[in-house]
Design a protein around this ligand. Sequence first.
Ligand code: AMP
Length: 428
Amino acid sequence: MRVLVVGQGAREHAIAWTLRQSPLVKEIYAAPGNAGIAQVADCVNIGVADIIELADFAEKLKIDLTVVGPELPLTLGIVDEFQKRELPIFGPSRLAAELEGSKVFSKEFMRKYNIPTAVATICNSTDEAKAALKKTKYPAVIKVEGLAGGKGVLVAKSAKEADEYLHLIFEDKKFGNAANRILIEEFLEGEEVSFMVITDGKKFAPLAPAKDYKKAFDGDIGPNTGGMGAHSPAVVLNSETATEIVKTIVIPTIHGMAEEGRTYSGCLYVGVMLTDDGPRVLEFNCRFGDPETQVQMLRLENDLADLLLHVTRGNLGEIKLNWKKEAAACVVMAVEGYPDEHLKGQEVAIDPIDDPDVVLFHAGTVKRGGKLLNSAGRVINVCAHAATLSQALAKAYQAVPKIRFEGARYRHDIGYRALEQRKQAVGE
Ligand code: AMP
């Protein structure tokens, strides 16, 4: 079969790399792809938001399965356009993708279906927001409604900080229409985990739990990023808590969305805070995680193409996902300055890595004039799998110096706390 992967990051590289291993898959195309994806797929120069062009391409090449990486095309209705043309595509429809596309919709949805989440007030103006903040303790969380590339959330420590952010939102219009409405939300304390399921709108199958590291710097400090590393298993998530997340969040969400006439098919990603009062939803994403996918794909035993095809046919049935006992780890190499202003066009050198358990997934890379250059803040994901999490982390970190570019920066503590927690759990 012929497959099209939409996207250009390390998540899409991991998806294309995994699809390449399926005996069902003969040809893989990626739009627009990157220099790493080009090793396993034919890259075509169509942007992720060019839905009509993507559908025209899929129609012309008789693509049997399209897999969408990022949220933008999903919220723009790529699935609706493909389905109109009877082209099989994995992902939620535009209405279903509003779970991520509108934090106001998702908050009201959670209220309606009693899905545990932070208490929040929906506000349309600075005055409304200030009034809501007066009733909220600090730290307080301010969230813009729409997509903001992971930058639309502020945990404000003081009224001053909150006021400055409100100014950015309502006066400077930093987020444009994405911030016509905002949420003022109670701050939840606890450990954050990502929980994902694949669903056809009726049945679902959980992906292996993974932990990602969103903050820019060691010790979980600095600004939020698209993700600086990940590992699976997640360690902080025991099976009891996973069962509770399924019962109180996943099942009511899938049922509720169907009841709303927004049947959710695709990967449902729930950002969860494990609070003392139980798991609470921080956010929904309507697609695979990045960088969680990179470690999950290294552990997946099922044939990904077969699995996703079943979902597109509304036929997940009783398929169970099987995961290698091995652990997987991912260290993201970014360029200095990321997630703010950063260099582009730096030459990236990759020395030979003689460990077969190490896999490099490219994020922002392009090939120009025979040279590999960085095209975005996150450049290469150094991933590895091994019998234990500490071995997987060690393998990834050993390979990091093999990737060289000016201003290369990465976190040194991916998995560190998980290993500590595991030691405590077994009484070491
Ligand atoms: P979101 O895009 O809603 O997941 O928010 C991005 C990040 O902000 C999350 O991954 C959390 O680290 C943090 N965050 C969001 N909402 C809250 C909350 N209510 N309490 C504490 N932290 C939060």
